[in-house]
Design a protein around this ligand. Sequence first.
Ligand code: DGT
Ligand code: CA
Ligand code: CA
Ligand code: ZN
Length: 570
Amino acid sequence: MENIDYARVFEEIADLLEIQDANPFRIRAYRNAARTIETLSQSLDSILADEEAELTDLPGIGKDMAAKIRELHETGSLQALENLRQEVPGGLIEVMRIPGLGPKRARQLWDELEITTLAELEVAAREDRLESISGFGPTLQARVLKGIEELRARAGRFKLSDADIYVPPLLKYLRESKGVTDLEVAGSYRRRCETVGDIDILVTAAEAASIMDAFVDYPEAREVLARGPTKSSIRLKSGLQVDLRVVERESYGAAMVYFTGSKAHNIVIRGISRERKLKINEYGVFRGGELIAGKTEAEVYAAIDLPWITPELREDRGEVRAAKGGKLPRLIERGEIRGDLQMHTQYSDGKETVEEMVEGCRARGYEYMAITDHGPALAMTGLEPDDFREQYREIDEVQSRYDDIRILKSAEVDIMADGTLDLPDDLLAEMDVIVISVHHKFNMSRGEMTRRITRAMQHPRVNILAHPTGRLINRREPYPVDVEQLVKVAADHGVMLELNSQPDRLDLRDFHLQMARDAGVKVVISTDAHRTAELDFIAYGVDQARRGWLEKEDVANTCELDAFLELLNE
Ligand code: DGT
Ligand code: CA
Ligand code: CA
Ligand code: ZN
């Protein structure tokens, strides 16, 4: 089992307990355990294999949790979960995840309307029956319907970071099987899309049948959806679907181009082929019946007079025109990032200390970093001005011991509903860099929200607008906001826009980044790390930046420290 599979079990228990209105401490214990497991750098299976290792040494894992982990490891299931599943209808978990609902309301729907599935919830909402329950009303009912629709629209897509858990072990397994020559992933996964519908793998092999056997026998497969001589499909236990195609060596490049897509990109290059009286498909480029290219991608593009195009750009957003004109961007690379400009510590909702975060950034070779704990508007965890001053003294102290990294004093300042900031100007004046963002009151009109944010951006000390649209992939739509207007105000007032690298944020999105770049607005790629391990999320940010056509020059935190500080003062 992967760590995330263990974590999912504990999350499910916590959800079910919450619907049952169980003791909050018990619920929290399961959630803490899930979080610990999810972010371990070592696999639980390998820890369990080690006689010496003690699970209870892990944070949030007591005796009881350790026993449950062992039970899961040994039996593949958990009695406690099975019992709960008997007691609570499984569909209520989905019901509870609809925005505006939650465990308490899911419980109410169950008690009062006997709703146990999304389908039943939808019928009840369409028949106006939710309004009759206390605490519900027409607004909530409309919101529930919208939530169900949104859920359906994105059903089945995996976040790229989740696919990244399941794909590498499968590739390793396949590469170790007999007779494999080339093996690569194509499709949206190769283009580094923020979510993937399924995984497309291409293989060349001495013997197609034996690689197909290995594929359908993959121990992590839940079911075999199709099995053929050159194409098979499986569904993994995680629910992720994988297609595997075996192709001839002389067609490998053509198949990579075709199955990498996107569909829209393929259509454009097919048009170009036609202009040249050529035919292009997954087998190659043909003049009449003669194969003129197919072995490598470069050869295929060259046959239609194009340079090789990076997969991240293959979205029909101008890449073929740019390729023709020799104007393809030289995309940013991960190694060019010199600092991380958003992260949290134990002062607010982060899990590690200032010093630990500094060590994490040094380990990644950064020259600068900003500690950006939340301001007071963030309920429960936000800091008051005095807390920031205390933290800044600690930063001075830590800084005095390191001369290879600059620790910038900062805050993630909340934008209030009226566009003012949740921290006073005298404190802002003590900061090296100021990051602002919206964390509450999302239900505004597009015009109001845009005015709110642009007003905050015009505060003379503000440097960076963080996660500008507030969306959470697969969980929350962006708040209504005019991103074009944000880009314009950013250009006019020298504000940088953040690309937040949290795999469920990736905000701004790729096409917004392209918009920012075209307007000459600098982008900052930050991780918003809440622990040092999350500093590695930068890879997801860089992937999306590449999809947004960004070059080194477009990204402020590729600058050396002095140049970056100069940008802040512009
Ligand atoms: P996904 O799986 O929804 O995240 O997105 P993709 O891009 O991986 O799409 P998928 O798995 O349906 O197909 C893989 C690639 O195969 C796709 O990017 C382009 C190519 N392809 C599939 N169907 C067609 C088609 O009808 N026409 C063309 N031109 N290409 C296609
Ligand atoms: Ca796919
Ligand atoms: Ca596919
Ligand atoms: Zn934040």
